[in-house]
Design a protein around this ligand. Structure first.
Ligand code: GDP
Ligand code: IMO
Ligand code: MG
Length: 421
């Protein structure tokens, strides 16, 4: 019996999960997304072309892969069908390669409006949501009002849809918010019909059967640990469990069936949207990171906030995910920095703190350790031995502090720009 391996982000999302899953897929048969929804934007680059996936697992372009959208995911049929059409232009028909859990919840057009109305009402204290309806959909899930993929097959579906829509319209009337869902709703109804060519499955049974048959399965996370609903920088988080625990609930796999946990981090740090970010840089160095790293959101195009690597937050994420190996992305972005900093502790009210605290807002000052930069181009390096010593020292320090080996280092966006040790 096989165990399920996991790839997930350890920071505030956009660590490079899409690229890593695409690179690792040849070692697996099945790739399964376990949470999140179209708030995610996972970029893949190969054959000189770039793709951004939102709901479809990042194994989809690899031959013979099976891609499962798990029960923990929330689905907007319009976005999913647009995505499928774009994939099929490149890869041909994917009807047999994509399986969708009957238990995955549906994002209704009115969920999107509720997200927008709620954010607008919050004004300055807004979350900075991607406005894809994620929060309201998970609210309906836990509130036991939601509609699921399996419901699409019910003769009662339209009645169920209208009942939930009416409830939402009542809620929307509480806000001072103008909206018109007519056009989106039409597209939504079309998309729902188009989606029916895919197999809707009991994904928990299918995945456990694959594992029982010794078929290798990889779970793909969305967002990052610091956006986790329980352990992230609440309320500036997303509405799902982005950590390893989410694999169990989002796919129906028991904790003792979890194998390797591969935690991804950038060699520095970024965040989109509002909320605490202790190592954020507001100076030219932050600008440089954004410019060189092309740090603009894959889903919303918003500029990402940039800063140095935060080891305090990273260690917290490693602990709670049970990370067994680390993957460091975008090392090449640091190529031309003379000095590289890394936060090893925080100072809060004059006290040194070496754990991630409940209060992670403005009162936190990072304590930095400085490293000399490598100051050369590493993009063409394919063997760890060929890295400059400064980069090896940076990596060794991270390994020593986290107690985890850094097994993969990425030096460019393309599939090929990667070193597996
Ligand atoms: P994800 O959400 O975790 O899949 O990450 P995103 O796709 O949102 O953001 C990662 C961005 O970095 C994408 O534009 C990738 O193409 C790019 N990228 C991934 N790995 C590397 C790398 O090693 N170096 C550089 N320069 N870019 C990378
Ligand atoms: P991937 O999978 C980065 C952020 C949003 C916002 C907060 C809540 O590409 O790493 P939501 O739409 O979930 O209500 O937004 O979470 N956020 C992400 N940031 N990468 C993502 O996904 C994100 N998904 C959500 O910017 O601050
Ligand atoms: Mg992303």
């Amino acid at each position: 019996m096989k165990k399920i391996d996991v790839v997930l982000g350890l920071q505030w999302g956009d660590e490079g999960k899409g690229k890593v899953v695409d690179v690792l897929t040849p070692d697996y048969k099945v790739i399964a997304r376990f949470q999140g929804g179209p708030n995610a934007g996972h970029s893949l680059v190969f054959d000189g072309e770039g793709f951004v996936l939102h709901t479809v697992p990042s194994g989809i372009f690899r031959e013979d892969s099976v891609n499962v959208i798990g029960n923990g995911v929330v689905i907007d049929p319009v976005i999913l069908m647009d995505e499928i059409r774009a994939i099929e232009q490149k890869a041909g028909d994917i009807t047999d390669k994509l399986l969708i859990s009957k238990r995955a919840h549906l994002i209704l057009p009115t969920h999107r409006m509720l997200d927008a109305a709620s954010e607008a009402a919050k004004g300055k204290s807004k979350i900075g949501s991607t406005l894809k309806g994620i929060g309201p959909t998970y609210m309906d899930k836990t509130g036991r009002n939601g509609l699921r993929i399996g419901d699409l097959l019910s003769p009662e579906f339209l009645n169920l849809y209208n009942a939930l829509k009416q409830k939402h319209l009542g809620m929307l009337s509480q806000y001072d918010f103008q909206y018109d869902i007519t056009e989106y709703e039409q597209k939504w109804m079309h998309a729902v019909e188009d989606l029916k060519r895919f197999r809707f499955i009991e994904s928990e049974l299918v995945i456990n059967q694959y594992l029982a048959d010794d078929v290798p399965v990889l779970a793909e996370g969305a967002q990052g640990s610091m956006l986790d609903i329980d352990f992230g920088t609440y309320p500036f988080v997303t509405s799902s469990n982005t950590m390893t625990a989410g694999v169990c609930t989002g796919l129906g796999v028991a904790p003792n069936r979890v194998g390797k946990v591969m935690g991804i981090f950038k060699a520095y740090c970024t965040r989109v949207g509002s909320g605490p970010f202790p190592t954020e840089l507001f100076d030219e160095t932050g600008e440089e990171l954004r410019r060189i790293g092309h740090e603009f959101g894959a889903t919303t195009g918003r500029p990402r906030r940039c800063g140095w690597l935060d080891l305090v937050a990273l260690k917290y994420a490693v602990m709670m995910n049970g990370v067994s190996e680390l993957i460091m992305m975008k090392a090449d972005v640091l190529n031309c920095f003379k000095t590289i900093k890394l936060a090893v502790a925080y100072e809060i009210g004059g006290q040194r703190v070496d754990y991630f605290p409940f209060e992670s807002g403005e009162q936190v000052t990072p304590v930095y350790k400085e490293f000399p930069g490598w100051d050369c181009d590493i993009c063409s390096v394919r063997d760890y031995a060929d890295f400059p010593q400064q980069l090896k020292d940076y990596v060794s320090f991270i390994e020593q502090e986290t107690g985890c080996p850094v097994k993969i280092i990425s030096v460019g966006p393309d599939r090929k720009e990667i070193i597996i040790r």
